[in-house]
Design a protein around this ligand. Sequence first.
Ligand code: C2E
Ligand code: MG
Ligand code: MG
Length: 566
Amino acid sequence: MNCPTKLDDSILKRLKDIEFALDASTGIVIIDASGIIQYANAKYCELCKYDLEELIGNDQNMVHSESHTEAFLKDIQKATESGNVWKGEIKNKAKDGSNYWADTTIVPFMDAKGKPYQYIVISHNITARKKYEEIIESLAYTDSLTKLPNRNQFSKWIHNQPKKQDGIITALFLDLDNFKAINDNFGHDMGDFILKTVAGRLKENLRETGFTARLGGDEFIVILNNNENPKTVKEIAKTLVRQLSLPHNANGKQIFTTVSIGISSEPIPPGQEFSLAFIEALIKDADTAMYHAKRLGGNQFGFNNDHQNMVLERNYQLDLEMKEALLRNEFSVVYQPIVNLKNSKIVGAEALLRWQNRHLGTVAPNEFIPILEKNGLIVPVGKWILATVCSQMKYWQENGHLMQRICVNVSPIQFKDKQFIPDLKEILNESLLDASYLEVEITEGTILDIENSSRTINELKDLGVKVSIDDFGTGYSSLSYLKQLPIDTLKIDKSFIDDLDRDGEIIANTIISMGKNLNFRVIAEGIESIDQLDYLKKQKCHEGQGYYFSRPIGNKEITELFGRLG
Ligand code: C2E
Ligand code: MG
Ligand code: MG
């Protein structure tokens, strides 16, 4: 046993007594008041893996693992400096960098002035027990498959957060889009493999950012409480969506999966603390947002307070209600007169669809028509409009109202449907309406596919039906492009009429003069004022339509109006 010079003989003597009393597993080290190691026994050397020569004369800090908090170390100092024995468990660092746990007793020796001049530190190796405890703890708090924190650790983490926090807390709720299909098609081992790689990608991409846990199944949660701004949150979500959509390589097979992420960001309300209840509410909202992201097709993220989600919810309801709308007779048709600008006579009318729903009230066409197009119902609804309008027109004719044209809007979806022409033929036959009284309005978008659209337009022309291009000027077609098609009428979009006193004038003039040169009938849409009317008259625009003359009205009203002005 090496004995440093400074070591007090009396201590050494007492040490012998102590060593005798202690068992062979006890490590003993003596340090002076400034922390310099003066003595160590063989067991201590074995514990810390230093040779005795390396220890003696060096600072005892050499075995510090830096795993303990300042407060913990201060506590030891405070106890021993006042002459008390300290007992506790300390994690130290051995020479090879590994950590070991020691059940430690520190006995201070005090001088006459009541100050410690030496310490005996008695250590027992408890590393094995601690490791065992760590395993038990990790089993309880870690998801065994992905090694991510589980629900228990999530609750513990919430519990350990500072109660007072200001700023915004964000929850990201992640759910894989096609996980069930992976399990069903490739088996549970593959499912487990995907979950592991997903967890790996989450860890890699989030690193120090927030807290990530697997809640169960294919659900993960990320909490950001660093007051992240929405832009950063978006970036994080974007990265996760992108990274999780990359293929997974499983034994040479490429498996694809995507994720839907719902995000909820809220400040802790004034007077409230960071609590389980607050986080639970946040997660619930994030879960709802995730559900919306899934309904939009997955592979994306969405915010709980997102405008998009509100639109989505509304569209969902519209879609639901629409399915029964035809059966419930909720649709109706109104008519807006079209006026000859030269003699102010009504020459025809445009039929416009209206929807009055039992729950949602009146819904505007600009809102519900895109949904009818999306769910395909525009085809049967469009057919119903044509049938209604044709029989109404026939009725007017039979009752002496000599309206020259009735115009019906036809959606691109309906126009491209292979039943469109056969259905129309049937409707004309059944209503006995002469086809020359019917004009079909299509948009520029419909004729972009010139080959197919010109076939259908020609079929319409063969039937004797007229064709008009609606909202002209807002699409991509040019007048020379239209020249290739047997079109009858151009309707100048309302936006140019609105802008007549600005640059709309040039566009409107160009359309009117070129349209006339190409032998199209030109109609100005959305005339609201006498000034607009005067201007269009001066330009010799053929016809006009707009609130200035009449709003779209029911068939009774238009019958009366026709009686007065027709
Ligand atoms: P559109 O075919 O260009 O119809 C003209 C729209 O402008 C109508 O709106 C009409 O009410 C409105 N309008 C007419 N004059 C004025 C005016 O002076 N001022 C203003 N501010 N607006 C005016 P509505 O009925 O809301 O229809 C909007 C669009 O929905 C229509 O535009 C058309 O694209 C579509 N739509 C309406 N009914 C049908 C239909 O039966 N089938 C299809 N496929 N689409 C339809
Ligand atoms: Mg129209
Ligand atoms: Mg229009």
